[in-house]
Design a binder for this molecule. Structure first.
Ligand SMILES: [Zn+2]
Length: 84
């Protein structure tokens, strides 16, 4: 008999993407990938941009940005992004 008492419902926390701007260093938080720095307005590329443009050649650029739910730690660029 196994005793698994951990309730699954509490795991439904929303992940937040935190991104550091590589130009001005400002931190931006969002549930979706950040398209622009809120401070200096620098435009960012979506994560895994080069894979995505080869796989989705007919997709609009803005649709390449993912929700935090679709991103895992392996997708992130270390030092620039963190999932919280
Ligand atoms: Zn910036």
């Amino acid at each position: 008999m196994t005793t698994k008492t951990k309730p699954k419902k509490t795991e439904k926390l929303t992940k937040v993407i935190i991104k550091k701007c590589h130009v001005c260093g400002a931190l931006t938080e969002s549930e979706n990938e950040i398209e622009r720095c809120a401070k200096c307005n620098k435009a960012f590329l979506p994560l895994k941009y080069f894979n995505k443009i080869h796989e989705n050649q007919n997709t609009q650029f803005k649709d390449l940005f993912s929700s935090s739910e679709d991103i895992t730690d392996e997708d992130l660029i270390k030092g620039i992004y963190v999932l919280w």
